[in-house]
Design a protein around this ligand. Sequence first.
Ligand code: GCV
Length: 843
Amino acid sequence: MCRHRLARTVLLIAVCLCLNALSPLRLFAETGYEAWLRYAPLDDSTRQKYASLPASVTILGDSPVLHSAQEELIRGVRGMLGRTLGAAKGEPKESAFVLGTVGNVPGLRSRSDIGADGFWLTSGRINGFDCIIVAGNNERGVLYGVFALLSKIAHGENLASLDEVQQPYAPIRWVNQWDNLDGRIERGYAGRSIFFDNGSVRTDLSRVRDYARLLASIGLNGCTINNVNADPKVLADDFLPQLARVADALRPWGIQMAISVQFSSPKTMGGLDTFDPLDPRVIDWWRKKAEQIYQQIPDFGGFVVKADSEGQLGPSAYGRTPADAANVIARALKQHGGVVFYRAFVYNHHLDWRDPKNDRAKAAYENFHPLDGKFDDNVIIQIKHGPIDFQVREPVSPLFSGLEKTNQAIELQVTQEYTGQQRHLCFLAPMWEEVLDFDLRIANHSTPVKEVISGRTFRRPIGGFVAVVNVGMDKNWLGHPLAMANLYAYGRLAWDPNLSAPTIVDEWTRLTFGSDPLVVKTISDMQLNSWHVYESYTGPLGAGTLTDILESHYGPGVEASERNGWGQWHRADHDGIGMDRTVATGTGFVAQYPSVVAKMYESLASTPEELLLFFHHVPYTHVLRSSKTVIQHIYDSHYEGAEHAQQFVEQWKSLRGHIDDVRYAATLARLEYQAGHAIVWRDAICNWFLRTSGIADTKGRVGHYPDRVEAEAMQLHGYEPVEVSPPETASQGKAVQCPPSAQKCTAIFQFKGPAGWYVLDVQYFDQNNGESKFQVRVGDQLVDEWTANDHLPATKIGGDSSTRRRIPGLALRPGDQIRIDGVPDQAERAPLDYVEIRSEDRR
Ligand code: GCV
């Protein structure tokens, strides 16, 4: 008897261990890998609600997508409710979850209101058994229905009288990855490519499968896997079988694969002496290439084309138009069901900046509006949401209103190229919401961008959404643990752009971190404020991000935008700032909008202030609605934004113990970094404007830092002062670093304040071409040491590499000697900027 019980206990433990091992939560711990698909166990009372759910799940069909749907339901229910559903096939033989397309579910009435990829969640009796039915318009719809059902369970919703139809707002819901075949990712901030390595498709595509699952869970249905600056090799005969392997990994999750192609491929890799789109040999080449691809990948999605842009060759080489170019490829794909995404990001990056009429913002409309109606029906013009390039604030592209007879898709950017590169918290759903809701007033009717791009306004056959995502090999996909909210939000908005940012962030937070009210409130609040905060300490009033546009697109670099052909000008000079884009006195860009919108932007008085400097050049003394001058607003905004970034740290600290330690610590580290870098931004921008305008900050902050000791003013042993360029990216324009031959350098100063508890911030530079070591001593006592190995996007001293080490809780007495030792490594010579010491009471 006793032996029996023991055996049963051992068996039970074994089963538990086994289930735990299978549970996704246990498998991936809390690294962030599972993102919003954690399926964390529900509390007992919520579980109770689902006590009478069916014990099995049956699929009506045998496709990979249906199998994914079934496995997902089993996985989700097991994680959240601790029960393993039985897996079956065919009509139910007991009470079951029934998964199938509408026509295949016995006894289910047909409904005409479920469109492609849509689903119906309902309950009913089948063969005499009570069933919960997930019926899709197609198999993808079934999969989306399962994810929706699981999300309801995760949120503790009642399933008793289930009867809900959902369908996506638009047919195109794609992501673009800018992955290079060598494994690097253009504007990727979370490690190397999950698709490619060293010129080939990776052998292990398990992360690709998991990525596809994440995409499917938010209703996305396509993925372009390589950089729009495409490597011609992607079309090589021997590469196609490798692409087929990627398509195989994506297919079970309903994700169609596409690739970016070089328009010049017929010549660069195809052996022709031309890529003229009207040349019969070129036409034939694209036709054969498409045939070859579809033989290996029957559900291939199509091609993305970046041509005549940023050095990519295009049809202009032969005096042809983008329509000629898009159509030659579209015709090759047409019979196979493929589409061409032709990017409207076509502009001259050698614009003459001296000509006040020149304006990069005008390019997309000028290039594409005249071709409206000339594109084939399987061409989609992919349009960046703003007329420049994913800046922190832009108006919507006027091209959305200029293509009535052409399919369109909006291009958004999840990868935070100009918005903090996933090191700064910047939740973009509020921005996308504004963009999608913006009423273009075409023909003076209500025409929000979302309706135009989805094809509704002009009754186009296809249209929708594309986002550049750039997940990488970092365990948590996007680097910053909170950045995945952007991918989640993108998918949710592509599915339903009428959802609000607060609703989306609430969902995401609950699924990602659980439903503790403090957690949900704090994270939602931080996320919802973050875009505005980032904008405040980088580039307010529509001036653009004011970043270094020539290299990293990351840290401050006010002058990088000016006096070059790239056209991201803000025209800030001694007297004023802003691009005059009006018809009356400026570049005339405003005229590209429908008349109601054009009228609003033409007038300084009616232009929304957050876009003021995008449309108007004003003196620094121009008075805003707040009664502040523009220059004072710039100063105040940067100080307030940087202050708010410090508050993010405190808000996050209130969650200690409310979420798991790993994600808590990883997020805290990013937020602390951001708080330091926001000050770098604040000081660089404010000092540049102070120097340029000559107008002082009425609050006396800019240029005055009473708590700082500049490194160049310390007693230096080995360290040498250096001038930093641009000067505003280091305090007082100077730093210190070791000479090339030095083994170790030292900077010493005396503390002069009263005795007390202090916070000491060491501002130093962390380049990615070396890993210097630092030690800080008070007297003889070592109080902190660290290695500068954060891999910031910089090989030199400046606004990209400037970062801080905070040493809290330090007891200091007058006369204490503070000493910093720096040990250089390779090209990074232990550079230091300043030390700031503040009493703990003043934090
Ligand atoms: C893939 C910006 C980015 C480029 C990117 C380009 C594009 O200019 O900085 O890295 O190239 O946009 O969207 O094509």
